[in-house]
Design a protein around this ligand. Structure first.
Ligand SMILES: [Zn+2]
Length: 217
């Protein structure tokens, strides 16, 4: 979002806005930094002119306090900086995989879709490394995750699609996917989350349930 040269601006009262925080990933109602004012201007959108307002907001999570710049149209969010990220569960994920998943989500939020697909492919490599899945290449390593019964067959097929998408993102002659855009990356991230859930998080959940069982014996 930019102001045109010589764009005239005025002030408008800053309002609260619901966001998923790009810093802590909690959803909350962000409030103006001070009870104050946003900068307002008129933006041409197609044949129409629409009001825009921009200003800073603060995450309501007291452990976070992250600041986000929002651009609003009336009471609707147009854009935020940093952008909102898709949600993911960090429970029981090894640090290295968590960092890569977070980077993939940041790439997606920033509209860097090919970079996102590459990060998802890297996640697969790291998953194979962590689980000591051997093989001559990533395809073979993924299928050895299946033979070790670490990942159900349906998810293995999904993992192979993620590998192919990542290949296309890395190579200029990639041709399995016509386009690597928001939809492809969103689906890829959702599948990657399911894969991580199967390998790391079901057991963590089971342990939690078992711990509750013992405490009541
Ligand atoms: Zn936050």
């Amino acid at each position: 979002m930019r102001l045109a040269p010589g764009q005239s601006v005025s002030m408008t009262e800053a309002t609260d806005v619901a966001l998923r925080c790009p810093h802590c990933r909690h959803t909350g109602v962000f409030f103006p930094v001070q009870d104050g004012w946003d900068t307002r201007w008129w933006e041409s959108v197609g044949d129409d002119m629409e009001k825009r307002a921009a200003g800073a907001r603060v995450c309501p999570n007291q452990d976070c306090g992250g600041i986000v710049l929002v651009v609003m149209h009336e009471k609707e969010l147009v854009e935020s900086f940093p952008p909102e990220m898709i949600d993911f569960d960090a429970t029981a994920l090894p640090e290295r995989l968590l960092a890569t998943l977070e980077e993939a989500a940041r790439c997606h939020a920033a509209g860097a879709y090919r970079a996102c697909a590459l990060m998802v492919r890297r996640l697969l490599e790291e998953l194979c490394d962590d689980r000591k899945a051997d093989g001559a290449n990533l395809k073979a390593r993924l299928s050895s995750l299946g033979s070790a019964n670490l990942v159900p067959t349906e998810l293995l097929e999904a993992a192979d699609e993620l590998r192919i998408l990542g290949n296309d993102a890395a190579h200029i002659d990639g041709k399995s996917y016509d386009n690597i855009g928001a939809d492809e990356c969103e689906a890829a991230l959702e599948l990657a989350k399911e894969l991580l859930k199967a390998v790391y998080q079901y057991n963590a959940l089971l342990d939690r349930l078992r711990a509750l069982k013992k405490s009541r014996d």
